[in-house]
Design a protein around this ligand. Structure first.
Ligand SMILES: O=C(O)CCC(=O)C(=O)O
Ligand SMILES: [Fe+2]
Length: 291
C-alpha cells in the first residue's frame, strides 16, 4: 500500500500537471482478488444479450447480432453485486490518496470497469475532458476543483492494448470541446493529431500511462485524455472511480465522512444516471450508439 508521503506527492503532481501516477497503489495479493472478482463481473455481464441496467448497476454490452459475438465493455456500480468492489471503493488506499485533494468528506459519483476485449474493435476513447459527462452542471459547485478520477489497472495496460493517455498541463486550457461534434460519441472513431493541434495541444506532449496491475492513475475533469482501441490479444480491464468533495454536490454515494469509510445504504443515490428514480427497475437499454 502507498504511504501518506506518496499520496501527498501525487496530489502535488496532480495540481500542477493535471494527472499523477501511483505505482503499487494496492498490494500484489490484493491484485489477485481484484482480477478474479473482475472476471466474475465480466461473466455476470455476459448473461445479458444487450445493455442492461438496474439502479446504478449497469452492464454495457456489444451484442452478438451486431458484433458477431457478445462482448462486455463496461460495468457500472458493481458494488451493488460485489462485496469486494463495495469495500474497495472506500478502502484505506483510496482514503489516503483522496483526502489531500478532496478533504475528509467524500462522495463517489462513478464506479466503472472498462474492458477492451481483443477483437471487440470499438474500445478506444477519443481525446476529451470528463467535464462533458457531468450532464447536469448545476448539480455540482466548483466542479473542476472538487472532483477527481482515479483509474486502477486491473490488467497490464500498455500501448498495444490501449492504455490511458493524458496531456500534461491541459487542465489549464479551459473546456476545449474535443470530440463534442456530431453525436458526440467518444468510442466511435479516433482523434486525429490535427484535432488536437486545433485546440492548442501538441500531440508530442501526450504521456502514455503504461501501468502494471495495482497501479493508480489520477486525472481531473479538465485534463485532456483518451485511449486507443486494443490491437493486442490481451484484454485491458481498468477500474475508474470518480469522487467529489461532499460539500460541492448532493450527488453520489458516500465513500468517506469525517475520514470514516461509509458503506452503501439500502437504496441507490442519484449519481450520474439521470433516470435513476424514474426507472429503478431492471431493464434492457436498447440504444445502438455504435450504429
Ligand atoms: O478507459 C479508458 O481508457 C478511458 C475512459 C475514459 O476516459 C472515460 O470513460 O471517460
Ligand atoms: Fe474520460
Amino acid at each position: 500500500m502507498i504511504t501518506e508521503q506518496q499520496a501527498r506527492d501525487a496530489a502535488e503532481q496532480y495540481r500542477e500537471e493535471g494527472y499523477a501516477l501511483l505505482r503499487g497503489f494496492i498490494d500484489p495479493e490484493e491484485v489477485a482478488h481484484l482480477q478474479s472478482e473482475t472476471a466474475r463481473i465480466y461473466e455476470a455481464g455476459m448473461q445479458h444479450p444487450s445493455t442492461w441496467r438496474h439502479g446504478n448497476l449497469c452492464y454495457e454490452i456489444l451484442p452478438e447480432e451486431d458484433f458477431g459475438r457478445r462482448y462486455v465493455i463496461q460495468a457500472y456500480w458493481m458494488a451493488w453485486v460485489s462485496d469486494y468492489f463495495e469495500r474497495l471503493r472506500r478502502s484505506e488506499p483510496f482514503r489516503l490518496v483522496l483526502e489531500p485533494i478532496l478533504g475528509p468528506d467524500i462522495r463517489q459519483v462513478t464506479q466503472q470497469i472498462h474492458w477492451k476485449p481483443p477483437g471487440a474493435g470499438l474500445t478506444g476513447y477519443r481525446f476529451h475532458q470528463d467535464l462533458r459527462f457531468r450532464e447536469v452542471k448545476e448539480a455540482y459547485r466548483d466542479i473542476e476543483t472538487s472532483s477527481i478520477n482515479a483509474g486502477l489497472a486491473i490488467d497490464p495496460s500498455a500501448r498495444e492494448n490501449g492504455c490511458l493517455q493524458v496531456v500534461p498541463g491541459s487542465q489549464k486550457l479551459g473546456y476545449v470541446g474535443l470530440s463534442d461534434e456530431g453525436d458526440g460519441q467518444i468510442m466511435k472513431g479516433l482523434t486525429a493529431e490535427d484535432e488536437l493541434r486545433a485546440k492548442g495541444i501538441d500531440p508530442d506532449s501526450i504521456v502514455w500511462l503504461e501501468m502494471e496491475p495495482g497501479d493508480l492513475a489520477l486525472w481531473g475533469l479538465m485534463t485532456v485524455h483518451g485511449s486507443l482501441p486494443n490491437t493486442s490479444d490481451h484484454d485491458r480491464a481498468f477500474l475508474i472511480s470518480s469522487y467529489v468533495r461532499a460539500d460541492s454536490s448532493d450527488r453520489g454515494e458516500w465513500a468517506f465522512r469525517g475520514g470514516q469509510s461509509i458503506p452503501l445504504g439500502d437504496a441507490p443515490s442519484l449519481c450520474k444516471y439521470e433516470k435513476l428514480y424514474e426507472r429503478p427497475e431492471p431493464h434492457y437499454v436498447n440504444q445502438k450508439w455504435y450504429a
